[in-house]
Design a protein around this ligand. Structure first.
Ligand code: S5P
Length: 269
C-alpha cells in the first residue's frame, strides 16, 4: 500500500501511461473510473460528456454494443470516445480481459472488428496463459507505435473467484517481467511492492449502498478499498449508470474516493 501522493508517484511511475494517469488524477482530484456498461453507443457518449470532469478513466466493454443505432460504426464511436477523452482529460480502458496465448491475443488486440489497441490507452489480461500473453499484447503496441499499458487480473470481485492469495502472488511475479508495460492490477487490495516498483491497483466491486447483485458480484465501499485496502482507483458501474441523476452520483463517488485517498495519505498507511 502506498501513502505517497498520486502527484509524487506521477513523477516516478515506471510506465508512461501510469505517469499520465496519476498526474491527471492529482490535477482533477479524482480516482474514479466509471464503467459504462451500456449497450447504446450514443448514450455512452453523452454520459461520458456529462461525467467527464469527475472521472480519471472511462472503462468500456465495446463488445456489448450492437452498433445498429447511431453512431453506427465502431470507428465513428471510438473516434468520438477519443475526442471526449481529450476534451475532459481522462483515459480509456477497454475491459477486454484477454486470456489466450500470445499469438492469439496479438490478433485480438490489434485487429478484428474493434482494433482495441488503436483507441484504448489501457486494457487488461488474465495471467492464466503465462507471460506470453504480456509479450503478445506489448508487441501490438510496439508495432503500432502507440503508448499503451496493461493491467493484470490478480483477484476478481466476484464470489468464488480463483484469484487472490497465491494466484495474485504468481501474477505479480509475471508482471515483474515487464514493468514498462504492466502498470498494475485489477485486484481487491494493494500488492506487495519492492524498491523501485509502483503498481496501480484498480478495483471493481465498489458501491456506496449495495452488497451484491444476485449474480456473484460483491461490493465494498470506496473507503474500504482505498483507505483500508490501499487500492488506487475505484471502478463503479451500476452504482452510477443505474442512478437517476448520474452526474450527481458520479460526483458523490468521486468525493468518496478522493476523501478515502486523502485519509490514507494523512494516516500514512
Ligand atoms: O473482478 C472484476 C473485474 C472487473 S474488470 N470484477 C468486475 O466487476 N469487473 C468489471 O467491473 C465488470 O466487468 C463490470 O464492467 C464492472 C463492475 O460493474 P458494477 O456494475 O458491478 O459496478
Amino acid at each position: 500500500m502506498s501513502s505517497r501522493t498520486y502527484e509524487s508517484r506521477a513523477r516516478t511511475h515506471p510506465t508512461a501511461i501510469g505517469r499520465t494517469l496519476l498526474s491527471l488524477m492529482a490535477a482533477k482530484k479524482t480516482n474514479l473510473c466509471v464503467s459504462v456498461d451500456i449497450t447504446d453507443a450514443a448514450t455512452i457518449l453523452s454520459l461520458l460528456d456529462a461525467v467527464g470532469p469527475s472521472i480519471c478513466v472511462a472503462k468500456t466493454h465495446i463488445d456489448i454494443i450492437p452498433f445498429s443505432n447511431s453512431p453506427s460504426s465502431i470507428a465513428e464511436f471510438t473516434a468520438a470516445l477519443s475526442a471526449l477523452a481529450e476534451k475532459h482529460n481522462f483515459l480509456i480502458f477497454e475491459d477486454r480481459k484477454f486470456a489466450d496465448i500470445g499469438s492469439t491475443v496479438k490478433a485480438q488486440y490489434g485487429g478484428g472488428v474493434y482494433n482495441i489497441a488503436k483507441w484504448a490507452h489501457i486494457t487488461n489480461a488474465h495471467s492464466v496463459p503465462g507471460p506470453g500473453i504480456v509479450a503478445g499484447l506489448k508487441e501490438v503496441a510496439e508495432e503500432l507505435g502507440v503508448t499503451r499499458a496493461l493491467l493484470m487480473l490478480g483477484e476478481m470481485s466476484s464470489k468464488g473467484n480463483l484469484g487472490g492469495g497465491e494466484y495474485l502472488a504468481k501474477t505479480l511475479e509475471m508482471a515483474r517481467g515487464d514493468t514498462e508495460f504492466v502498470m498494475g492490477f485489477i485486484a481487491q487490495c494493494a500488492v506487495d511492492t519492492r524498491e523501485g516498483e509502483d503498481w496501480i491497483v484498480m478495483t471493481p466491486g465498489v458501491d456506496l449502498g449495495r452488497k451484491g447483485d444476485g449474480l456473484g458480484q460483491q461490493y465494498n465501499t470506496p473507503d474500504r478499498v482505498v483507505r483500508e485496502k490501499g487500492c488506487d482507483v475505484i471502478i463503479v458501474g451500476r452504482g452510477i449508470i443505474g442512478a437517476e441523476d448520474k452526474v450527481a452520483k458520479a460526483e458523490e463517488y468521486r468525493k468518496a474516493g478522493w476523501e478515502a485517498y486523502e485519509k490514507r495519505v494523512a494516516e500514512g498507511r
